[in-house]
Design a protein around this ligand. Structure first.
Ligand code: FAD
Length: 385
C-alpha cells in the first residue's frame, strides 16, 4: 500500500503560498530581526491559521491533523511557522475554557485576522520550567484585576493584539496545591501598552520576536478572566498536548527540508571525481536522518489521532515532540556536514534553518522534562523534583 500524506490539497495550497516567500525573504528578515508580517497576513487571509477554530466562530474547524499538515508544509518549504504557530494552540485555551461571550467576541475576529492572538505568557525568569513558581500576581480589586510582575521569552508580543497570560491569583504558600491558585487572563496588549505593560525585545540566535514583559499595576477587566479563578494551570496543561503535536509536526517539516537538501547536494556535488553522496560516510547519516524522521512522524500521527479521538495523549504528544525535535536536529547537523563550508554560508539557508530548529529541543518544553515525564509517568521510576 502506498503511503499517502494527509490533506494533499491543503499541503499543495500551503506549498504554493510558501513558494512566494523564498529564502531571500527569510534571510532579509533574519538579518534585521524583522517579523514576517507579509507571510503571516497571507496565511491568515488564506484561512490556514483558523483551521482549529470551529465553523460557528468563523474558522474552518478542520482539526489538529489539518493543522499539523499546514505547519509541516510551511517548514518543509523552508519558511518558518514560528512567527504564527502559537495562534493555533493558544486559541484552544479560549475555545475550551472561555465563556460563550468571550468566544463570540474574540474567535470570529481572530479567524478573520482582525485580531491576532499570537502571544502566550507563562515563562518567568525566577520560575523557569517550574511553572508553579511564577510570581506574576493578579489581585482582584472590584471589577478589575491588577497585575504586577515579569515574564521572559514571550514570543510575538509586539505583533499580537491579545495574549493568553498565566498569573498567580493566590500566593503559592496559601494554595491547597502548588498547581492551584493560578489563573488565565486574556490581555488586550494594545490597550495595555504604556498603561502598565512594557515590552522589551530580546535578541535571540534566530529571528523569533522574543520579548520580556513588565507588568506594573496593569488593570485587566474581570470579564477577561478565562474560566474559573485558580484553575489556570490546569487550563494551560490542557492546551499543551496540541502545542507539543504542532511543534513536532514543524520539526518533521524541518527534518524533511534538511534531508531533501542534503540528498540533492550529495548527489550533485563532485569531489575527488565523484558525487560525495557515493561515499557511504556521507550517504549513511542522511539515510539515518530519514529513518529517524519517518519514525518520529509516525509518533506525531499517533498522538494526533489520539488527540482527535479525544483520548488521553500526553505521553504520545510529548514523545512525538521529543523524537521529532531530535530528528530535525540530527537532520540539520547532517545537512551542515554534507554541505561542508557551504552549510555555513547564509545564502544556502541551511545555517538559518539549523538555528531555527535548535529551539525545539528547549522550547516549548525541554528534552529533559519530557524524559522525566516518560521516566516517572510511564516507567514509574522516582521523580527528581
Ligand atoms: C526563542 C524562545 C521563545 C520562547 N517563547 C515562549 C513564549 O512565547 N511563551 C512562554 O511562556 N515561554 C516561551 N519560551 C520559554 C521556554 O518555554 C523556556 O525557555 C523553556 O521552557 C525552558 O525554561 P528555562 O529557559 O527557564 O530553563 P530552565 O527551567 O532554567 O532549565 C534550564 C535547563 O535545565 C534543565 N532542567 C531544569 N530542571 C530540570 C530537572 N528537574 N531535571 C533535568 N533537567 C532540568 C532544562 O531541561 C533545561 O535544559 C521561549 C523560549 C525561547 C528560547
Amino acid at each position: 500500500m502506498k503511503y499517502k500524506p494527509s490533506f494533499p490539497e491543503i499541503r499543495e495550497a500551503v506549498q504554493k503560498l510558501c513558494s512566494r516567500f523564498p529564502g531571500e525573504y527569510w534571510r532579509e528578515l533574519d538579518e534585521h530581526q524583522r517579523y514576517p508580517r507579509e507571510f503571516v497576513s497571507e496565511l491568515t487571509d488564506s484561512g490556514f491559521l483558523a483551521v482549529l477554530i470551529p465553523e460557528k466562530y468563523g474558522g474552518s474547524g478542520l482539526g489538529l491533523a489539518a493543522a499539523t499538515a499546514i505547519l509541516e508544509e510551511i517548514q518543509r518549504s523552508g519558511c518558518n511557522g514560528g512567527a504564527c504557530h502559537a495562534q493555533m494552540y493558544t486559541m484552544g485555551t479560549l475555545l475550551r475554557h472561555g465563556s460563550e461571550a468571550q468566544k463570540q467576541s474574540y474567535l470570529p475576529r481572530i479567524a478573520s485576522g482582525e485580531l491576532r492572538l499570537q502571544a502566550f505568557g507563562v515563562t518567568e525568569p525566577g520560575s523557569g520550567t517550574d511553572t508553579t513558581r511564577i510570581r506574576t500576581r493578579a489581585e482582584r480589586r472590584g471589577d478589575k484585576y491588577i497585575l504586577n510582575g515579569q515574564k521572559v521569552f514571550i514570543s510575538r508580543a509586539e505583533h499580537s493584539d491579545l495574549m493568553v497570560l498565566l498569573a498567580r491569583t493566590t500566593p503559592r504558600e496559601q494554595s491547597k496545591k502548588v498547581t492551584g491558585g493560578m489563573s488565565v487572563f486574556l490581555v488586550d496588549i494594545r490597550g495595555a501598552l504604556g498603561n502598565g505593560l512594557t515590552i522589551k525585545p530580546i535578541k535571540t540566535m534566530m529571528n523569533h520576536s522574543s520579548t520580556e514583559l513588565f507588568f506594573d499595576d496593569l488593570e485587566v477587566p474581570v470579564e477577561n478572566l478565562v474560566g474559573e479563578e485558580g484553575q489556570g494551570f490546569r487550563y494551560i496543561l490542557d492546551g499543551m498536548n496540541a502545542e507539543r503535536i504542532l511543534i513536532a509536526s514543524e520539526c518533521i517539516g524541518d527534518a524533511r527540508w534538511f534531508i531533501d537538501k542534503a540528498s540533492e547536494y550529495a548527489t550533485d556535488r563532485q569531489v575527488f571525481g565523484k558525487p560525495i553522496g557515493q561515499n557511504q560516510g556521507v550517504q549513511f547519516p542522511i539515510a539515518r536522518a530519514w529513518a529517524q524522521t519517518e519514525a518520529a512522524a509516525l509518533m506525531v500521527d499517533k498522538a494526533t489521532a489520539l488527540f482527535e479521538a479525544e483520548r488521553t495523549c500526553g505521553t504520545e504528544a510529548n514523545t512525538a515532540k521529543l523524537l521529532a525535535s531530535e530528528a530535525s536536529w540530527f537532520a540539520g547537523d547532517t545537512c551542515v556536514q554534507t554541505f561542508g563550508g557551504y552549510g555555513f554560508a547564509a545564502e544556502y539557508d541551511i545555517e538559518r534553518k539549523f538555528r531555527e530548529t535548535r529551539l525545539y529541543r528547549v522550547a516549548p518544553i525541554s528534552t529533559n522534562l519530557i524524559l522525566s515525564h516518560i521516566g516517572t509517568h510511564v516507567l514509574k521510576m522516582p521523580k527528581s523534583f
